[in-house]
Design a protein around this ligand. Structure first.
Ligand SMILES: Nc1nc2c(ncn2[C@@H]2O[C@H](COP(=O)(O)OP(=O)(O)OP(=O)(O)O)[C@@H](O)[C@H]2O)c(=O)[nH]1
Ligand SMILES: [Mg+2]
Length: 438
């Protein structure tokens, strides 16, 4: 923990500036030896040189941050080199020779977390912020970094602790002349916490949709208009559209954004019985894609009666997260087809560009993303649910001792979110996805 780590904080490419970052006890020694700065003044930009064995490597600017007022909470040094990989690599080599170690991914942020500079959740959002691919994703990560999620959890945590302390005092001093606690009063307080936590839980959405994206597969029998929908959603002529069934034989993938969510859209080969080996392969791939998709758009020609192929595909997709799309409404909608799917279908016409916006909204609804929310990891959402479950158990109890056990359990879940109770494996998992130097 106390060893001094070093890593480039900017990509090692030819560029205007390359920043090298150090954190740990030896920063002052490094400043002294490599930058010829004695007793560096914190947060002061020094114009100096970087020397290896007194030989000048580069002309640099350096800033020293004194613990605990730094990103990691330790002594830190940032050195701004000219952006040439040869220079940066040479400097790192010299620093490692001197005894610094090369930082592992996310080690700076991990140290920041361990030194109490940020909660676990805030630390995880650093990586999200760097990797966000849409404006909405950037905005959310910044909110998380500023504690939008963890400050609420922290607030609740304090209330849990207060209630536990009250109950504990009651149990310990209950026989003396202190007024005994009214169990109903405590239950009222817990119920109030349950309401607040429930409200909050409703706002929590799956973060992976915002950062890893939503995968949507368009499937259906040949000629129903899959590629037409694909092109319409992408707003470009990406796939070939024709009235010859079996036009798309391979799958086609492209990216778009729906309301700030990155989307990977896949157009697939029309599924039908065929002896053509290439087409067969395309159909197998289509089936694989729909099984992997977050949402399947199962398209049928709504102007016609359903055929054997439609039923065959529907059998596969009906157990997936599927939206039935009745296309070609400009040709009229067949009542038998409509009756079969009843309210589970959306009626569109690509030709007339009808209801396409509505289709996008439907997709967001299916993933619970239609209203804005707070996007958190599966783990955090799970922990909030667990805390809620424990509180609900607590309120059912009549003995304050037992009630307290459940409140403590709920408290543990919140502390796990904040990273106050940490499991080394969880930490490793979170920080291993970071980039070096962050
Ligand atoms: N009338 C009408 N025709 C449409 C509509 N959407 C697509 N089509 C036509 O339907 C035919 C097939 O369209 P595609 O998009 O190639 O269909 P596909 O499902 O990708 O077909 P395969 O790739 O063969 O599986 C084309 O002639 C389109 O112009 C629509 O909303 N109304
Ligand atoms: Mg097609």
């Amino acid at each position: 923990m106390n060893n001094t780590i070093v890593a480039p904080a900017t990509p090692v490419l030819k560029s205007a500036i390359s920043i090298l970052r150090l954190s740990g006890l030896n920063c002052i020694d490094v400043a002294n030896r490599f930058l010829h700065i004695e007793n560096p003044k914190p947060r002061y930009a020094y114009r100096t040189s970087f020397y290896i064995n007194d030989k000048e490597l580069d002309d640099v600017v350096a800033i020293y941050y004194k613990a605990p007022r730094s990103y990691t909470g330790e002594d830190m040094l940032e050195i701004f080199f000219h952006g040439n990989p040869i220079i940066v690599e040479k400097a790192i080599e010299a620093l490692v020779d001197y005894g610094c170690s090369f930082a592992s991914p996310g080690e700076f942020t991990k140290r920041a977390f361990l030194n109490g500079k940020m909660t676990l959740d805030e630390a995880s959002s650093v990586e999200l912020l760097i990797n966000a691919n849409t404006e909405k994703a950037v905005e959310n990560a910044l909110n998380m970094l500023k504690g939008r999620f963890s400050s609420f959890i922290e607030e609740l945590r304090k209330e849990f602790i207060r209630i536990i302390a009250n109950i504990e005092a009651d149990i310990e001093f209950g026989y003396e002349d202190i007024e005994p606690l009214d169990v109903n009063e405590i239950k009222k307080e817990i119920n109030n916490l349950i309401c607040r936590l429930e409200e909050f839980y409703k706002k929590l959405k799956e973060q992976s949709y915002l950062y890893d994206g939503i995968k949507i597969a368009i499937v259906g029998k040949p000629n129903v208009g899959k590629s037409s929908l694909f092109n319409t959603l992408l707003q470009k002529r990406r796939a070939i559209v024709s009235d010859i069934p079996g036009t798309t034989r391979d799958y086609i993938e492209d990216r778009l954004e729906i309301n700030g969510f990155p989307v990977k859209l896949v157009d697939t080969a029309g599924i039908r019985k065929t002896d053509d080996p290439i087409e067969k392969e395309g159909i197998n791939i289509a089936i694989e894609h729909m099984k992997e998709a977050h949402v399947v758009l199962f398209m049928v020609d709504g102007s016609k009666e359903l055929e054997e192929e439609d039923y065959f595909i529907y059998d596969i997709v009906k157990n997936l997260n599927t939206l039935v799309v009745l296309n070609k409404s400009d040709l009229g909608i067949n009542s038998k087809t409509l009756d079969f799917f009843k309210d589970n279908a959306i009626i569109i016409s690509i030709r007339n560009q009808e209801n396409v916006e509505h289709l996008k909204n439907k997709v967001l609804h299916m993933l619970d993303l239609a209203e804005d929310g707070i996007y958190v990891s599966k783990r955090n959402k799970f922990l909030v649910a667990k805390a809620l479950g424990s509180l609900k158990e607590a309120v059912l109890q009549d003995k304050t001792e037992v009630m307290m056990l459940y409140i403590r359990e709920a408290l543990d879940y919140l502390e796990e979110i904040l990273g106050l109770i940490t499991d080394e494996n969880v930490l490793d998992e979170i920080f291993s996805t970071f980039c070096i130097g962050k």
